[in-house]
Unconditional design. Sequence first.
Length: 319
Amino acid sequence: MRTLYFLWIFLLNNIFAYESKDNLKIFWWNLGQNKHSEKSRDHKFSTVLEENIYHFNWDSYDVIVFGEYHHKFFREFAFAKIKKEFKYNITIRYNTEEHYFKKFRIFSKHKFTYTIDELDWVHPLWSDTQKERYQRKAFKSFGPTNTFKRAFVLLNFTINKNNFYLIPYHFNNPWNGISKQFGRYSKKYGKFVAAMSLIFGKRNPLYNQLESMHYMLYKHLGSNYDRRLLAMIGDSNCPHLLRGWAPDCYKKLERVLSIIDPGENKYTYPGYNLKKKEVDDKLRIDHTSASSSFITSWSEVLQIEGSDHNPISLDLVLP
């Protein structure tokens, strides 16, 4: 009986200790510039996407990050409920093309600061001569390169004396350009080259940008960045599997920071009930990553209609 008594006390202490920890819930959704949704029947909203943003229950989330946001494509009323619940609200531009620029729209219940740097699409350790040579050849291989540069965004929260870092990202997508450049005479050949570049390529703009991300983490957080309370979430434009193969870009992302797997048969592209033609593969290109400094971490793919992507969430328990 005494053994059972002490076991019961031990379990109660651990249960309450666990519940007393700080939980963080982060939400990511690439909104696709509001171009892939059905029109809403409610006159308050232009699309079903806006309607679903307005009516979704955001209570359980601490941080919301929307990618491919642009104020011209959304009615502000869609975010009215979020703005009431989330005290902090900013937008950050993250690509360089003048006529099609994209932003993160970030809502948070916790105060934070942020740092912005540049994620280049050439290898950060190359010499200037190597970079220039690569950029000259890039147009022939990848098409227009003015959309390849992205912003490195580092959010810094202080929660009960814990410094927590969050990096939202949306890496460049060279695959369509490769497919078009090499598929001028045969679309099948273009798609084949793009697939091979994705699976085995280590010198394309996306892989180089992942190298740049690795470099930025060292630059801003130090060599032991993976021991900090650090998480990453966003659209990688790199699937975890393509026809059964794990691409080199996914392996690189895993080495940058451990990816939290939401489970088998969970895909983020194409989005739920997407208004567009069927694609050949259902892919998980939106990912969550977290350091081992959290007590636990888990990820979930959600199904909400409106975008060309499904959203993904990340749950974290701080020590």
